[in-house]
Structures are given as structure tokens and as C-alpha cells.
Design a protein around this ligand. Structure first.
Ligand SMILES: *Cc1c(COP(=O)(O)O)cnc(C)c1O
Length: 363
């Protein structure tokens, strides 16, 4: 039992900024003078509409995008986007093309494959996804409806450090675990989406940021809630949106703005990642990183120890020190430290110190 908050390295749902949690707590019983909780008011109320519009505007401002892009709030997780994207945009003549760089990238492809509209443009599966395919490795069908990337591979701990040139094919990206973590030339993308529960808020909402022109003409044969055009036309209010989640996402976007925007997020995220990668690289092989150096993620740091017994011991002793959630995903094994925007540098320093001590006691 912990009496205080501890450092939470879980991949998602993940740690959220403490000032945001406190603000939400303070407003919880009486939102904006309504005498009711945000959980209890209508999604058509003016006070809610202000939250909805401000969240959208702040996200676009942080990403440096203009009126040709729209922000949508969807449900069903990033996993439902895998299916919706294929259903809305891909056909047999113009299939979706996919870069398989990890599990979620592969799941996205599998949804398109179910519909017979998916093609693999590149894959690093043969090396257990330890690197991101290069531009040279991507074989893109010029008739593709889109090229789909998973920009940060949460499970394997790899991240794109370049934006592929698609020669005019629309570029789509799952940025669930790195959206708003650093400045990226978002204008080069036509469609970006993120399940909020990694870097942007609680589970329950997916943020879609896409070119309006793409969202206007969804196939009329699709069910209403599976058409992006429904979300565009009704401003994501066709049905009851996950109001509390959107409120939290809005607070996190505002917190990022107050704390120097994406430039400052990147600076802090690079400092944090460097501390952990240095701890791995200077351990004389005791810790082994999963990702190739040129594909290392700033958000999820994956590494192994010399044996599974030591890995179990590491997880247990880390938790005793107030370092939670460092166990890796079963497909990679070992450890994974997720160090999203909200993870303070002090937490990462404490983990690096623990890593050095653990090595000393167990090498
Ligand atoms: C977690 C994750 C998903 C799955 O998100 P859900 O909201 O659980 O469907 C998809 N893509 C990436 C990159 C993720 O990290």
C-alpha cells in the first residue's frame, strides 16, 4: 500500500499530469458554476460546448494546423479506427497500404485484410520489429488509397524518425502513443489518430485529426456511426460523446500549452529518454535494448535483463521503490518504461538509479 502517488510507467492507461488531475478534482462536484458535475450535464449544454470547442482548437494550435483540418472525437479505441479507416477509404481498386512495424500496425492491416482491401508495403516482422522500415524498404502501390503507419510502436519501443515520402498517396498515422510528444510536420499527414489513454488523457476517446476534404464523402452504405462524414457534419455530437474524456483531453492540451508547447515537451522527452538509454548502454550488456538505436522510441523504452528470473525480481523490487508498471509486453518480454509527457524527469532519474543499483547487486 502506498500513502503517496508513485511513479507510474504503465503503457496505457498511463500517468496523467498531476496539476490536471487536481484541477479536475476541484471542479468535480460543481462544473463551471452549474451546480452539477461534468459527468451529469447535457452534452448540448453551453458549458460543455465551450469545453468541446476549446479542446479542438488547442489540439489544432499545438499541431500547427489550419482550417483545412478537423478534429473529431470518436469511440471504440484506436482499434476501431483500424476498421473505420479501411471501411471509409480503401477499396479493391485502391487498397490501403500498410507498414508493419509492430503489433498495432499489424492489427490495423488485419482489419483491412478482413475486408480484402489491405496490402503490405513494408514489414520488419522478420526481426521481431526491432527497427522501423526505411523509406527505401517501403514498396508503395501508386494506386493506394493511403499509406498507414504506426508512428510509435508502444509494445516494441520503436518510433519513426522520418516522414515517408508517398508521392501523393495520402499519409495516415496511428499516433496513439506519441501524439503531442514533440513537434512533427503534421501538415505532411492527411489523417492522424490517437487513442487518448497513452499520452493525451483517459481511456474512452480517440482523437482524429484529418483533412476535412477526406472526411466529407464517406460511403453511404456504411452504418451512420462508422462514417467519418457523420462525425464531421455533426461536430462529433451525432450521439452522446465521451464528455468527461474530452474534458480531460482539453485540460491536457491546455497544460501542454502552458508548459511551452511541443518544443518544450520534446526537450523534456529527449532528456528523459537519454537518461534511460544511457543507463542501458553503459551497463556492459547487463541491460539489452530491444530497439535498434536508430529506431528508439522517446516514449517507450524496452529492454531485457540476463534472465527471466532477474526480470521478475526487477519488477518486484522496482515496485517496492515506488516504480510501477515496468513489465514489458509478452511479445517482447523484459521491461518497458513508458515515459510520456506527464512522466516527470525525477521519476526517470529514480528508475535509472534503481537500474544501476540492481545491476550492482545482481550482475
Ligand atoms: C494502445 C494502442 C492502440 C490500441 O488502442 P485502443 O484504444 O486500446 O484500441 C493502438 N495503437 C497504438 C499505437 C497503441 O499504443
Amino acid at each position: 500500500m502506498f500513502k503517496e502517488r508513485i511513479y507510474n510507467f504503465n503503457p496505457g492507461p498511463a500517468t496523467l499530469p498531476l496539476p490536471v488531475l487536481k484541477e479536475a478534482q476541484a471542479e468535480f462536484l460543481n462544473f463551471a458554476g452549474s451546480g452539477m458535475s461534468i459527468l451529469e450535464i447535457s452534452h448540448r449544454a453551453k458549458a460543455y460546448d465551450e469545453v468541446h470547442q476549446k479542446a479542438k482548437a488547442d489540439i489544432k494550435e499545438l499541431m500547427g494546423l489550419g482550417d483545412d483540418y478537423e478534429v473529431l472525437f470518436c469511440q471504440g479505441g484506436a482499434s476501431q479506427q483500424f476498421a473505420m479507416i479501411a471501411m471509409n477509404f480503401a477499396t479493391k481498386e485502391n487498397p490501403g497500404n500498410y507498414v508493419l512495424s509492430g503489433s498495432f500496425a499489424s492489427k490495423a492491416y488485419e482489419e483491412a485484410e478482413l475486408l480484402g482491401v489491405g496490402e503490405i508495403a513494408a514489414s520488419s516482422k522478420d526481426v521481431n520489429f526491432k527497427h522501423i522500415p526505411t523509406q527505401y524498404e517501403i514498396k508503395l502501390n501508386p494506386n493506394a488509397a493511403y499509406l498507414h503507419l504506426c508512428y510509435n510502436n508502444t509494445i516494441f519501443g520503436t518510433e519513426f524518425n522520418y516522414i515517408p515520402d508517398t508521392k501523393g498517396v495520402p499519409l495516415f498515422a496511428d499516433m496513439s502513443s506519441d501524439m503531442l510528444s514533440r513537434p512533427i510536420d503534421f501538415k505532411k499527414f492527411d489523417f492522424i489518430y490517437a487513442g487518448a489513454q497513452k499520452n493525451m488523457g483517459p481511456a474512452g476517446v480517440v482523437i482524429v485529426v484529418a483533412k476535412k476534404s477526406l472526411l466529407e464523402n464517406s460511403p453511404k452504405t456504411l452504418p451512420t456511426m462508422l462514417r467519418y462524414s457523420t462525425f464531421l457534419k455533426k461536430d462529433s455530437l451525432y450521439n452522446t460523446p465521451p464528455a468527461f474524456c474530452i474534458y480531460m483531453v482539453g485540460k491536457i492540451a491546455a497544460w501542454i500549452k502552458e508548459n511551452g508547447g511541443l518544443v518544450e515537451m520534446e526537450k523534456k522527452n529527449r532528456e528523459k529518454a537519454k537518461i534511460l538509454y544511457d543507463a542501458i548502454d553503459s551497463s556492459d550488456g547487463f541491460y539489452k535494448g530491444h530497439a535498434d538505436k536508430d529506431s528508439r522510441s522517446l516514449m517507450n523504452v524496452t529492454f531485457r535483463l540476463p534472465s527471466e528470473d532477474l526480470e521478475k525480481k526487477f519488477v518486484a523490487e522496482a515496485l517496492e521503490k515506488g516504480l510501477s508498471g515496468v513489465k514489458g509486453h509478452r511479445s517482447v518480454g523484459g521491461m518497458r518504461a513508458s515515459i510520456y509527457n506527464a512522466m516527470p524527469k525525477e521519476g526517470v532519474e529514480k528508475l535509472a538509479t534503481f537500474m544501476a543499483d540492481f545491476k550492482k547487486n545482481n550482475a
